[in-house]
Design a protein around this ligand. Structure first.
Ligand code: ADP
Ligand code: RBF
Ligand code: MG
Length: 388
C-alpha cells in the first residue's frame, strides 16, 4: 500500500459522541432536557452552525465554540495521523459529509488539516458511499492506484448518511438501520479495507473488510507494507496515565472459580468518559489498596468475548498473593499502558494461557523506569479508611 484513505466520523472523530454524549451532558449541565426539536433544523449544517442552533434553541449560557470543541478524536487517531505524516505516507480524508463540513470538523483538531493532502466530500462526486466514487476520487487526487490504497473505515452509517440521523437511530435502538456502506464502498473501489467498528460487538457486520480491528491502537501498518509504529516497548504501548478507583465490587464470580485468576472488579459507574477515551482491551499499571499497599496490576476492560458479557466490566488482577478477599475496600488504579485488544479464544485453556502471558508482559514492563515511576503516584496512597 502506498497511501491511506481515512473516513472521518466514527473512524477519526467521535462525532456520534458529539450528538449523544456531548449534547446530553451539555443540556444536563445547564438543567435542560433533549427533546429532539433541533433535528430538522440541523441537517446539512456545519458543526459550528449546528452548535449555534442548539445553543440558541435551548438558551444555553455558553459560547457555540465550547460545544464544538467537545468533539474528541478517537483513541489512536492523533497517533496514526502523526505517524503516517512523519513517514511521508500520502493521506486523504474521504467522508460522506460535505467538504465544508469536513473542513470545519477537522479545524478543531490540531495538525490534522496539514496532514491530509486530499479531502473529498460527498458533494464533490456524483454519489456518496456505498458508491466507490469518493474513494476513487481520493486515490485519483493522490495520484495513486486504487489497488495500492488502504482504506480505514468505521463504516457504520445510517441510510441517509447523516450522523445526526445516526444518533436518532441509536436512540431508537433501531440497530438494523446500520449498514456497512463504508467497507462496501472501499471494496467496490478495488482497495484494501481495514474496518474499525465504532459500535461494540458488531464485528459480524464487517465481513466484507480485509481486516477488522478493535481500535486504531491495533492497526499494524507493516501488515500493509507501510512503516511500523515505533512506540511499542516490550509488548506494551505507553499512554498518558489515567486514573480510576472505587470500592471493589462483586463480579460474576468467574475469575477465581473458572479461570483461577481473581479480578477485583470496579464499578464502571461514573467512568463513561474515561472509558470512551480508551478502547476495550488489556491494560496494565499500578494498583493501590487502602489498607495494604501498592501492587503491579494487569487488567481487562470490556465485554470479555469468551464469556460474551452483556456489560462492560473493569477487571484488575493484582499481581500479588493475598490470603483473603478484599471486597468493598478502596482500590485505586493508575493505568500506564496498553497490551492488546480483548479476544475470543477456542478454549478456556488458551484464554488462561494468554492472560498469564499478559501478566508476564506487565510484570516485566512495570520495572522499566518509564512505568515504574508511577508507583509513587499520590493517587495510589489512599489515606482515608475503607469505603470513604
Ligand atoms: P468476582 O467475580 O466477584 O470479581 P473473582 O473470582 O474475580 O470474583 O475474585 C475476585 C476477588 O478476589 C476480589 O474482589 C478480591 O477480593 C479477591 N482477590 C484475592 N486475590 C486477588 C488478586 N491477586 N487480584 C484481584 N483480586 C483478588
Ligand atoms: N476474557 C476474554 O474473554 N478475552 C480476553 O481477551 C480476556 N483477557 C483478559 C486479560 C486479563 C489480563 C485478565 C485479568 C482477564 C482477561 N479476560 C479476558 C477475562 C475476563 O476479563 C474476566 O476476568 C473473566 O470474564 C472472569 O470474570
Ligand atoms: Mg472478578
Amino acid at each position: 500500500m502506498s497511501c491511506v484513505i481515512l473516513d472521518l466520523d466514527g473512524t477519526l472523530l467521535n462525532t456520534d459522541g458529539m450528538f449523544s454524549e456531548v449534547l446530553k451532558t451539555f443540556l444536563v449541565k445547564y438543567g435542560k432536557e433533549w427533546d429532539g426539536r433541533e433535528k430538522h433544523k440541523i441537517v446539512g449544517k456545519t458543526p459550528l452552525e449546528e452548535a449555534a442552533i442548539i445553543v440558541e434553541d435551548y438558551g444555553l449560557p455558553c459560547a457555540k465554540h465550547e460545544f464544538v470543541n467537545e468533539v474528541k478524536a478517537l483513541p489512536g487517531a492523533n497517533r496514526l495521523i502523526k505517524h503516517l505524516s512523519c513517514h511521508g505516507v500520502p493521506m486523504a480524508l474521504a467522508s460522506n459529509s460535505h467538504r465544508a463540513t469536513i473542513e470545519s470538523k477537522i479545524s478543531y483538531q490540531h495538525g490534522w488539516k496539514e496532514s491530509f493532502s486530499v479531502i473529498v466530500g460527498s458533494d464533490e462526486v456524483r454519489t456518496g458511499k456505498p458508491s466507490p466514487d469518493i474513494f476513487l476520487e481520493a486515490a485519483k487526487r493522490l495520484n495513486m492506484e486504487p489497488s495500492s490504497s488502504l482504506v480505514i473505515e468505521d463504516s457504520v452509517y445510517v441510510i441517509g448518511s447523516y450522523s445526526l440521523e445516526f444518533l436518532f437511530a441509536l436512540l431508537l435502538k433501531d440497530k438494523d438501520s446500520y449498514v456497512r456502506i463504508g467497507v462496501v464502498a472501499g471494496k467496490a473501489a478495488g482497495m484494501e479495507v481495514v474496518a474499525v467498528p465504532s459500535l461494540p460487538k458488531q464485528t459480524h457486520r464487517y465481513i466484507a473488510a480485509d481486516e477488522v480491528i478493535n481500535s486504531l491502537l491495533d492497526l499494524r501498518p507493516e501488515k500493509w507494507g507501510l512503516p511500523p509504529f515505533q512506540d511499542w516497548i516490550e509488548g506494551t504501548l505507553p499512554s498518558e496515565p489515567w486514573y480510576i478507583g472505587g470500592p471493589v465490587v462483586k463480579g460474576l464470580g468467574r475469575g477465581s472459580k473458572v479461570l483461577g485468576i481473581p479480578t477485583a472488579n470496579l464499578s464502571t459507574e461514573g467512568y463513561s468518559d474515561v472509558l470512551s477515551e480508551h478502547p476495550s482491551g488489556v491494560y496494565f499499571g499500578w494498583a493501590g489498596l487502602s489498607t495494604r499497599g501498592v501492587y503491579k496490576m494487569v487488567m481487562s476492560i470490556g465485554w470479555n468475548p469468551y464469556f460474551d458479557n452483556a456489560e462492560k466490566t473493569i477487571e484488575p488482577w493484582l499481581l500479588h498473593e493475598f490470603d483473603e478477599d478484599f471486597y468493598d475496600e478502596e482500590l485505586h488504579l493508575v493505568i500506564v499502558g496498553y497490551i492488546r485488544p480483548e479476544a475470543n479464544f477456542p478454549s478456556l485453556e488458551t484464554l488462561i494461557a494468554k492472560i498469564h502471558e499478559d501478566r508476564k508482559v506487565a510484570e516485566r514492563a512495570l520495572d522499566l523506569p518509564l512505568y515504574s515511576k508511577y508507583r509513587d503516584d499520590p493517587y495510589l496512597k489512599i489515606t482515608s479508611s475503607k469505603g470513604q
